[in-house]
Design a protein around this ligand. Structure first.
Ligand code: ADP
Ligand code: MG
Length: 467
């Protein structure tokens, strides 16, 4: 059997064994790089994927491949570059430890941490409830959780795999939870952790730095193993950003790990120092997607388990949990709010939680089905950013391919996402005729029907606009 056919069968088995979510997170993008007798080389897209698969799934893949091939094979993973060429992967130095396999049982159990911080550099408090154990895994956060777990479990002496790790997501999707879990777990395992909100960084850290000599500053920094910064989008001010950039560079150069969360991808951090943006983009960037209904239900179940430890006799029927999961769609904070109200209601009135009670107490949290109004200007901005052209290019008369496609996509989205007429859209795109807009809309419709990549691009843009 040819390697391609064997791999096809192995993939199908992995998909059945691990389920579609895990499969698409880890295995889907694996490609055959070379298959030479019993030596197989598979390629993956990033160093992170390589290290994760090596540590967690390699043996399974070797087994399955050997079974399908009818002989024992050895498999090695490599990282392919965007162009398809292979990047050399640094061999592990003597004494360097491989990332440990991560199973649920091995996930860290942080003891109650008080504050993060190292001598001379006080950090923000850590919430002992925000751990990996209480973080529910779902399709939208698998990668982010895995990357965070890997960072949390590596030791000071381990090679830093991806630095900085940048996690981004909208409000209430679990960024802070994940960051605190990393900080708590790393601290519990004896690493020196500094966890800072952007605000604390601005008003505490930078001030502390100013009061120290350059040498004391370097010393203090050297004593940090892991720096965690939450809500980077709030890091304002030239001076603060310059300090942050300085800190980032100093720590990365010293081989220390940095984890950062923000509400948007690095490229969208308007007003952020360009050097910071490029440094962030040079590490690993992972996004947490919206919580789907299944994940919302799992989170609620987990909250119930937690609450029942403290509040004996408290219970919420499955039916009510399902009702909340279905109707409170915005984010994790609303789930928190809904749950807290049920608990409060039950504790105060001693009435059991019923659907009626749930309906009454969370009425205002139930999603309003009114779609967000999207502006043509926003469409132009988002599309321009996505294709790396400027908005004025889109509005200009230029007809080079690099701006024609983005322009057509933006027109198509304007037609499908707003109620504007074709002539109005034409006017808003630099005074074009409505037939030009119509042509663009038809063209993109046609292409998207045939071209899956374009179709996905458009879906991504729509999602971003609807956020
Ligand atoms: P963010 O920092 O992204 O705005 P948070 O981390 O504060 O979001 O999450 C908001 C709430 O939702 C928190 O109570 C958090 O524990 C909860 N939450 C979000 N995602 C998860 C998850 N995957 N598992 C458990 N709880 C979650
Ligand atoms: Mg947060």
């Amino acid at each position: 059997m040819r390697a391609g056919a064997i791999w096809g069968r192995v993939r199908r088995r992995l998909s059945v064994e691990f389920g579609e979510d895990v499969f698409s997170s880890w295995f889907k993008s694996i490609e055959i790089d070379r298959a030479d007798g019993n030596d197989v080389r598979l390629s993956v897209a990033t160093r992170f994927l390589k290290s994760w698969i090596d540590a967690n799934y390699k043996d399974r893949i070797v087994d399955r491949w050997s079974e399908e091939a009818g002989r024992r094979v050895s498999i090695e993973f490599c990282v392919r570059s965007a162009g398809g060429a292979r990047l050399p992967v640094r061999p592990r130095a003597a004494g360097e430890v491989a990332p440990r396999p991560m199973t649920a049982a091995a996930s860290p159990q942080p003891v109650v941490p008080a504050m993060s911080g190292v001598e001379g550099l006080p950090g923000s408090p850590l919430d002992p409830r925000l751990t990996f154990d209480s973080f529910v895994q779902g399709r939208s956060n698998t990668l982010a959780r895995a990357a965070a777990l890997q960072v949390a479990q590596s030791r000071s002496s381990d090679a830093v795999l991806f630095n900085p790790l940048y996690i981004h997501a909208g409000v209430g999707l679990g960024k802070t939870h994940l960051l605190q879990a990393v900080a708590g777990a790393a601290q519990a395992s004896g690493r020196r952790v500094l966890y800072l909100t952007a605000e604390k960084f601005t008003f505490g850290f930078v001030a502390a730095l100013k009061n120290q000599t350059a040498i004391a500053f370097k010393e203090a920094l050297r004593s940090i193993d892991l720096l965690v910064i939450d809500d980077l989008q709030f890091l304002q001010g030239k001076q603060t950003q310059a300090e942050f950039c300085h800190t980032l560079n100093a720590l990365i150069d010293a081989g220390r790990q940095i984890v950062v969360a923000g509400d948007r991808p690095p490229s969208d951090l308007d007003g952020m120092d360009e050097r910071v943006r490029s440094r962030l983009a040079g590490g690993l960037t992972v996004e947490i997607g919206t919580l789907d209904e299944g994940l919302r239900l799992d989170i609620l179940r987990q909250k119930l388990d937690q609450a029942r430890v403290q509040h004996q006799g408290f219970d919420v029927p499955q039916q009510v949990l399902a009702y909340i999961a279905r109707n409170v769609t915005q984010n994790g904070r609303d789930l928190d709010g809904a749950f807290t109200r049920l608990l409060a209601n039950n504790r105060l009135t001693s009435q059991p939680v019923t659907i009626e009670m749930a309906e009454r107490s969370i009425r205002d949290l139930v999603r309003v089905a009114e779609p967000k109004r999207i502006k043509i200007e926003d469409i132009q901005k988002v599309v321009a950013q996505h294709y790396n052209v400027s908005r004025s290019d889109i509005l200009s008369a230029r007809r080079t391919a690099s701006v024609v496609r983005p322009r057509q996509v933006a027109m198509y989205l304007s037609k499908t996402l707003t109620l504007r007429s074709l002539p109005e859209i034409g006017r808003r795109f630099g005074g074009r005729d409505h037939t030009t807009v119509l042509h663009a809309v038809r063209k993109i419709e046609n292409l998207a029907g045939q071209d899956r990549a374009l179709n996905e691009e458009i879906e991504t843009l729509k999602r971003r606009l609807n956020d």
